[in-house]
Design a protein around this ligand. Structure first.
Ligand SMILES: *[C@@H]1O[C@H](CO)[C@@H](O)[C@H](O)[C@H]1NC(C)=O
Ligand SMILES: *[C@@H]1O[C@H](CO)[C@@H](O)[C@H](O)[C@H]1NC(C)=O
Ligand SMILES: *[C@@H]1O[C@H](CO)[C@@H](O)[C@H](O)[C@H]1NC(C)=O
Ligand SMILES: *[C@@H]1O[C@H](CO)[C@@H](O)[C@H](O)[C@H]1NC(C)=O
Ligand SMILES: *[C@@H]1O[C@H](CO)[C@@H](O)[C@H](O)[C@H]1NC(C)=O
Ligand SMILES: *[C@@H]1O[C@H](CO)[C@@H](O)[C@H](O)[C@H]1NC(C)=O
Ligand SMILES: *[C@@H]1O[C@H](CO)[C@@H](O)[C@H](O)[C@H]1NC(C)=O
Ligand SMILES: [Cu+2]
Length: 571
């Protein structure tokens, strides 16, 4: 037994060295410089001064191969504290490069630079990067495309062309001002004035027509759209007039291909689709509009468009009849059935790695909430003189202010966080029923949940009817998780697990809680560090809809968090 394991570990080490050498032969190191700076951007007939990277909106697209290393020097030449997050990158043993402010690093103050260094390990597909400070990600985001390792290819026919298609949200104000107003009033922040595709609202908005994003195709060819939802606060439906889409990948994991007329995508998620230009040459609108799962909640009801343009039809006017593009039919804003049916089609292409034996059986309620307000009335503009809040398991997450959790952990600084996040709700109630008003106000805290290295974790994310039911796109940093099941109403631990898909469940980094229902996820805690889990609607994370895991080190250096890089920003 002993001999065998020594042999195995020797063998593993050898394979590791061989693989590592092979990697070195092929892997590239990409250097980038990002300067955060105020930039005038003209949209909807007016100019806003918003923060961008290098003056670009959306920001630069990063293109790498699986196995490559990125070294990105970020300089904050703006007026707000900021940090950047490489959304979906696993950052194995390297939480220092993950980015959420006050969690894995202190933000960069104006004038400060910080260099993010990380290597892509066994991930390929579409991810993205964005600011992880306040509402700065409204304008600070870009695509992060990971091609297969040099010499390997996609598990689907190579498309003729590829395009990032980034959905976003635009305010006729500096988004930081919109956030500030909401922080003062306690009410929900103003909804956006437009949605955008690659930064452009499109033909249905004023003063936008001449800049509408165009996706050129040759008749007959198949293209790949790398759809990213970078919107701050809104799930979106996306369709292309007269063209079907074949979903092949989501959140940088290949899926079993399936055909659809509509994609529903939550903030934080990515979805790759193949589109074949098999229609009469012409111009076809690609459009996105809100999927708003909460009844009675204000949302931006506008529609953004781009144009799929057959090259042979390019010279003809896109507006003059009969060439005016056709609009696709989009689902109604509240079409939860279509959203759920779309989500239900995802299957992972590879199978067999789902953890079957569970060591940590967690149950997290995802709650909005209200705080009864006694201050001046301008600060109590939530429903019936309240302020909005949100929580998981009744803990409204408070981001530290004087240190980051990772830095406090590494330096053994007490008083920054505790590790008593509850594994189950402190109180059981009819989660999706009529929740008594007395239960709507959560406690506050910077509470983490500790996980042993390598433990098998299952979490039931249960949406509740506190204030309203809603689809919350829950994002876990540092991991991909298997989505093994979902359903309506309250999770039933006796009957629901029997229906779990443990064969080929999709793997994601962001999944919506079924509105008025639950979703079950599993992962192996093989990445030590502090990893935030939160709702990717920024309006909700600001109210405290977050928690963090502290995944302990395993045995030996290769299973432990790396030492912090030089020049980590200080708070
Ligand atoms: C929010 O919307 C209200 C009503 O339309 C408007 O009066 C206010 O100026 C807006 N605030 C911001 C910060 O955009
Ligand atoms: C969108 O909302 C605005 C104001 O909330 C309303 O006036 C308008 O009719 C709505 N438009 C559509 C297409 O529903
Ligand atoms: C969706 O909203 C419309 C009003 O905009 C309403 O008539 C319809 O009943 C709603 N559908 C569902 C499924 O709630
Ligand atoms: C506000 O108060 C009214 C009247 O008591 C009640 O009908 C309504 O449900 C309350 N709204 C919230 C969100 O508590
Ligand atoms: C919810 O419960 C409260 C009392 O706890 C009651 O006043 C109210 O009518 C109930 N609402 C519904 C829709 O059942
Ligand atoms: C807040 O006020 C409501 C009545 O408006 C009451 O039902 C509830 O218990 C109060 N919550 C707290 C935490 O005081
Ligand atoms: C949350 O905690 C607060 C404060 O301890 C308590 O008043 C409230 O009833 C709790 N609600 C739930 C849903 O556990
Ligand atoms: Cu949310």
């Amino acid at each position: 037994m002993k001999l065998h394991s020594t042999y195995c570990s020797l063998f593993l080490k050898l394979t590791f060295i061989l693989a590592f050498t092979a990697c070195l032969a092929n892997a590239a190191v990409h250097h980038h410089e990002f300067v955060i700076q105020p930039t005038p951007v003209n949209r909807l007939c007016q100019t806003q001064h918003v923060m961008t990277v290098n003056g670009q909106f959306p920001g630069p697209t990063l293109e790498v191969h699986n196995g490559d290393t990125l070294i990105i020097k970020v300089t904050n030449a703006g007026k707000y504290d900021i940090s950047l997050h490489w959304h979906g990158i696993r950052q194995m043993r390297n939480p220092w490069a993950d980015g959420p402010e006050y969690v894995t690093q202190c933000p960069m103050k104006p004038g400060v630079s910080y260099t993010y260094r990380f290597t892509i390990e066994n991930q390929e597909g579409t991810l993205w990067w964005h600011a992880h400070s306040k509402w700065l990600r409204a304008t600070i985001y870009g695509a992060l495309i990971i091609y297969p390792k040099q010499g390997s290819s996609y598990p689907y026919p190579k498309p003729k062309r590829e395009f990032p298609l980034i959905l976003g949200e635009w305010w006729n104000r500096d988004p930081m001002h919109v956030l500030r107003q909401a922080k003062i009033t306690g009410a929900a922040a103003n909804v956006s004035d437009a949605y955008t595709i690659n930064g452009q609202p499109g033909d249905l908005y004023p003063c936008s027509n001449k800049d509408t994003t165009i996706f050129p195709v040759e008749a007959g060819e198949t293209i790949l759209l790398r759809i990213i939802n970078a919107a701050l606060n809104q799930q979106l439906f996306f369709s292309i007039a007269n063209h079907q889409m074949t979903v092949v990948e989501a959140d940088a994991i290949y899926t079993k291909p399936f055909i659809t007329n509509v994609v529903m995508i939550g903030p934080g998620q990515t979805t790759n689709v193949l589109v074949t230009a098999n229609q009469p040459p012409g111009h076809y609108y690609m459009a996105a509009t809100a999927y708003s799962s909460a009844p009675n909640v204000a949302y931006d009801n506008t529609t953004t468009t781009a144009i799929l343009e057959y090259k042979s039809a390019a010279c003809k006017s896109k507006t003059g009849s009969p060439m005016r593009p056709i609009l696709p039919q989009l689902p109604a804003w509240n079409d939860t059935n279509t959203a759920n049916a779309f989500k239900a089609q995802f299957r992972s292409l590879s199978k067999g790695r789902v953890p079957l034996e569970i060591h940590e059986n967690l149950f997290f309620t995802i709650n909005l909430g209200l705080i009864n307000c006694s201050g001046p009335s301008f600060r109590c503009q939530g429903p019936n003189n309240t302020r909005f809040t949100a929580s998981m398991n009744n803990v409204s997450f408070v981001f530290p202010k004087r240190n980051s959790i990772m830095q406090a952990l590494y330096q053994n600084t007490p008083g920054v966080f505790t590790t008593d996040f509850p594994p189950v709700p402190p109180l059981q109630f009819d989660y999706t029923g009529n929740v008594s008003r007395g239960l709507w106000t959560p406690a506050r805290g910077t509470k983490l949940y500790k996980l042993k290295y390598g433990s098998h974790v299952q979490i039931i994310l249960q949406s509740t009817n506190i204030v309203t039911i809603e689809d919350h796109p829950m994002h876990l940093h540092g991991y991909h998780f298997f989505v093994v099941g979902s359903g309506k109403g309250n999770f039933n631990p006796r009957t629901d697990p029997a229906r779990f898909n443990l064969v080929d469940p999709p793997e994601r980094n962001t999944i919506g809680t079924t509105p008025g229902g639950w979703v079950a996820i599993r992962f192996v805690a093989d990445n030590p560090g502090v990893w935030l889990m939160h709702c990717h609607l920024d309006v909700h994370i600001g109210w405290g809809l977050a928690m963090a895991f502290l995944v302990e080190n395993g045995v030996g250096k290769l299973n432990s968090v790396e030492p912090p890089p030089p020049q980590l920003p200080q708070c």
